[in-house]
Every structure is written in structure tokens, then in C-alpha cells.
Design a protein around this ligand. Structure first.
Ligand code: SF4
Length: 360
């Protein structure tokens, strides 16, 4: 059984598929394409997990929640035989289920065990790192402030590691309602896909209330989220309109929109795909910025750039602020089975394209 060639091409490291420096029409409007953008290492791995599982076991492969928050990815994997469910009780007893990149709580793992499901955990290792921090600080009996968005799957998963110790705080304003047992034993941790600047404000407010607040051992907002925000900030002051490609439920994509506006973009719009672009957004625009969230395949960005070129914005330039080289190995149980079947070689997981977008 083999799958069609990957449907989520990553851009080359040099120009991200943007055609940097190739279209120099002086009189045309300008498109500035932020880099890094698009796939991060965790998304690349999670999508690969589902593709490889389909190849190895054949459809259907059940996936709890959207594997990553992107409509196109979910639709494409559904066409190949992935079945997306909300909860494990929708998966037939004994079947195989993949946990999404956003992670799951221990309660979900237990529910899967009860149903004798074979599980493959595609949780991003950087989310797992935050889970471990929650477990450790709860064991040390800290009150844990989880900065993040209530209701987001990642936050639900992390919260579930230590519900008796964790309070979720979504914004600086929510800090006032936090109550703790001992102000000298309070630690903050965070969702991986937040706005760096807003999180700093929330933590500053927390520290005003709890001067002995303990920091997490390292940044919880992941490298990919941070890099995409830095990249979008670098072009935002120069653009009349910023287009963020990404789905409405993608936290890091929505943050890119906010960051672009805060950094000076004239206006900003989020679209899932080029067909959602509206002519009137670009009236009078000389410079348009383009970026994409960490769960967005490059093909969707290329479509947006093509749409803009057709409307006279012919000079396309990529602006790179960072080069990314992070990759994550496939989950161990899947890797072993793939190896046994001769479906992978010695390398545990190789991004389909190296560099910034591998491009997760
Ligand atoms: S955005 Fe960050 S935490 Fe989320 S999957 Fe990508 S690398 Fe992992």
C-alpha cells in the first residue's frame, strides 16, 4: 500500500517558493513574504505520523481532534482515510487512534486504554515538555498559573496533568482573579503558541501580585511561534495589508494577525486559502505582506502569492529573520513498526524540506 506523493510540499530554504528576487517589475506593487512561516517541526511530524500510519496499517486511521489546526490538512488526510473524532469513545473498541500535536490529558490516555485502543501519540515534544513541567511543579506542591486560552486543546491537555494545582489565565486582566495558597510558591507556565508580547504583560502583572513568582525552566512559547512573530514584525511596518494564511482555530495564526497589526501593518486579514481573498482589501495597496501559521502547508501560501501576482503585485520578495533546523523523531512505537515493515530507513524522521518552514 502506498500513498500518493506528499501533498504538503515545503518551500525551499532559499526563497520559500515565493520567487524571491525573480520578479523585479518596478512598476508593480510589492509582496513581502515573511520567513520563517508555515510548518514547524511539530506539525511536520504530526502530519507525517498520520501519513505513515495510513501507509503502514491502511485506512481507516482514527485521529482524536484535528491532527493540526488546518482545514486543508484535515480535509486532505480525511480523503486518504483518516477519520477525525472528538473523543476516544467514538473510536471502535480495539482500533488505532492518533493523538494530535496539541497533546492529551492523562484522562484521555486512560479512556483510550479502557477501550483497548492502539495509540500513536503525535503530541509535539515541545508540548510534552510543558506537561512535564506541570507534573513536576505539582509534585513540588506549587500553585501553577497556566497562561493560555481556556478551551484550547493544548491547554486542556496540560491542565489535565494537575487539575488540583493549575489555574488558567488568558490575559493580563484575568490576573486579578487568581488566588493562591502560598504566594512564595507560585510558578507560571504557558501554552506554546501565545503572543510573546502579551504573555510578557500577563507575567509582569502576575509578578506584581506575586513578587516571588517562579519562572519555567525555559521558554514555553515554542521556537516556531516566536520566530514567526519576529518575522511578521519585521515586515509589518512596511505593509499596507497583511495576509495571514491559517485557520480560525489555529492559535498561532490568529496571534500572527494581532502581532502584525500591533507592529504597524495598515490592515490584516486571515484566510484559509486564496479563494477567500477579497479584491476590496487591496484597493490602493502598494505593499502586501504574506505569512502563514505553523500548521499551514506552503502550497496555500503559493496560491495566495499567485492570486496577488495576477492582480499586479508582481514584485515578490522574501524577508528572512531566522533559519530553522529543528526536527523531531517519529513516535517510537510507530518508528519501530515502520522499520520492521521496511517502510523507513535508519533515519527516524526527515523533514521533506530542510530549513525554516520544513518547512513545522
Ligand atoms: S507550534 Fe510549536 S509547540 Fe506547536 S507543534 Fe509547532 S513546534 Fe510544536
Amino acid at each position: 500500500m502506498s500513498l500518493p506523493s506528499p501533498s504538503f510540499p515545503r518551500p525551499p530554504q532559499d526563497d520559500g517558493g515565493a520567487g524571491s528576487g525573480q520578479d523585479q517589475t518596478p512598476e508593480g506593487g510589492r509582496v513581502l513574504v515573511a520567513a520563517p512561516r508555515g510548518y514547524c517541526a511539530g506539525v511536520d511530524r504530526a502530519v507525517d505520523v498520520v501519513e505513515k500510519a495510513l501507509e503502514l496499517y491502511g485506512p481507516p486511521i482514527y485521529v482524536r481532534k484535528e491532527i493540526v489546526h488546518n482545514k486543508y490538512v484535515v480535509e486532505t488526510l480525511s480523503e486518504r482515510g483518516a477519520i477525525f473524532v472528538q473523543e476516544v469513545d467514538e473510536v471502535p473498541e480495539g482500533a488505532r487512534v492518533v493523538f494530535s500535536a496539541h497533546g492529551v490529558s492523562p484522562q484521555v490516555v486512560a479512556a483510550a486504554q479502557e477501550r483497548h485502543l492502539a495509540t500513536i501519540d503525535a503530541t509535539c515534544p515541545l508540548v510534552t515538555k510543558v506537561h512535564r513541567e506541570a507534573v513536576r511543579f505539582a509534585r513540588e506542591d506549587y500553585d501553577i498559573i497556566l497562561v493560555g486560552h481556556q478551551g484550547h486543546e493544548e491547554v486542556e491537555g496540560t491542565f489535565g496533568e494537575a487539575p488540583d494545582h493549575i489555574q488558567v489565565v488568558g490575559s493580563p486582566d484575568e490576573v486579578d482573579s487568581v488566588t493562591v495558597r502560598d504566594p512564595s510558591r507560585v510558578v507560571w507556565i504557558s501554552q506554546t503558541t501565545l503572543s510573546v508580547d502579551e504573555t510578557r504583560q500577563t507575567v509582569d502583572r502576575l509578578r506584581e501580585r506575586f513578587p516571588e513568582l517562579t519562572d519555567p525552566p525555559s521558554d514555553d512559547i515554542c521556537y516556531a511561534t516566536q520566530n514567526r512573530q519576529v518575522a511578521v514584525k519585521s515586515i509589518a511596518p512596511d505593509v499596507d495589508v497583511m495576509i495571514v494564511v491559517g485557520s480560525a482555530n489555529s492559535s498561532n495564526s490568529v496571534r500572527l494577525l494581532e502581532v502584525a497589526l500591533d507592529a504597524g501593518a495598515g490592515s490584516a486579514h486571515r484566510v484559509d486559502r486564496a479563494s477567500e481573498l477579497r479584491e476590496e482589501w487591496f484597493e490602493g495597496a502598494q505593499t502586501v505582506g504574506v505569512t502563514s501559521g505553523a500548521s499551514v502547508p506552503e502550497v496555500l501560501v503559493r496560491d495566495v502569492i499567485a492570486w496577488l501576482k495576477e492582480r499586479g503585485l508582481t514584485h515578490v520578495e522574501q524577508v528572512r529573520t531566522e533559519t530553522e533546523t529543528t526536527t523531531f523523531a517519529l513516535p517510537r512505537n510507530l518508528r519501530m513498526e515502520l522499520k520492521k515493515s521496511g517502510l523507513i530507513d535508519a533515519r527516524p524522521h526527515a523533514p521533506r524540506q530542510s530549513g525554516a518552514n520544513h518547512t513545522h
